[in-house]
Design a protein around this ligand. Structure first.
Ligand code: DX5
Ligand code: ZN
Length: 221
């Protein structure tokens, strides 16, 4: 599998979502950040908007739930049409049960950890998840600087996945840019979320191609 690129519509113009989504059609996934003003100090959108985004998006939707009580809500986002649903470990009462519920609904099950949350506790459960999102900034806002000290977690997870023969995808989210992309891929990420790096560019198609080329330079073994 090549590196997957997932532009985040958090950096898009919310008044023109349909054309903003169409402008990143050259990517692989559309990353949609759901925030509830409780789990993170910001609020974005919920089920009704996600449902419409799925209908107009040429790309499969990768929903990133930064919300409390994912045990109740995560399956609803699968039912609303997301192709991948990622919930936060820190907010979950029963992470494995949520992942199993998601898979039963036919979507990819992802679990996310904040910069301060260790990755090792997930090593025994790799088979339960399709993706692990290692946050490279504190969740809540776009346009922040990548926290370099999160990179060793990618290396540790990549090694654990390799040892276990796991095909789990490793996603990086936050501060991934032309400047940092090769380092993030080198550390072991294979799915990259990018908000400001893609939406800040005049021509998103050209930018996605440029970022893809740069990511190839950091390809892990
Ligand atoms: C932050 C979100 C990210 C955000 C990334 O909590 O999860 O998806 O859009 O934005 P950039 O790429 O600008 O750091
Ligand atoms: Zn996100």
């Amino acid at each position: 599998m090549g590196i997957q690129i997932a532009p985040s519509i958090l950096a898009a113009d919310f008044a023109n979502l349909e054309s903003e989504i169409a402008s990143v059609a050259d990517a692989d996934w559309l990353h949609v950040d759901v925030m509830d003003a409780h789990f993170v100090p910001n609020m974005t959108l919920g089920l009704p908007i996600l449902e419409r985004v799925v209908q107009v998006s040429p790309l499969p939707v990768d929903a990133h739930l930064m919300i409390d009580d994912p045990d109740m809500w995560a399956p609803r986002y699968a039912e609303a049409g997301a192709s991948s649903v990622t919930f936060h470990m820190e907010a979950a009462a029963a992470p494995v049960r949520i992942a199993r519920d998601l898979r039963k609904l036919g979507v990819r099950a992802g679990v996310a950890i904040k910069p301060g949350t260790p990755v090792e506790p997930l090593f025994d459960y790799l088979s339960e998840f399709d993706m692990i999102l290692i946050m490279t900034v504190e969740p809540g806002f776009g346009g922040q600087l990548l926290i370099e000290s999160t990179l060793p977690k990618f290396r540790a997870l990549r090694a654990a996945a390799k040892a276990a023969g796991s095909e789990v995808w490793i996603q990086a989210d936050g501060g991934v840019s032309r400047e940092t992309i090769a380092r993030v891929v080198d550390a072991g990420a294979d799915m990259l979320v990018m908000g400001s790096a893609v939406y800040g560019a005049e021509n998103r198609g050209t930018e996605i191609a440029a970022l893809r080329a740069l990511s190839a330079g950091g390809r892990h073994g």
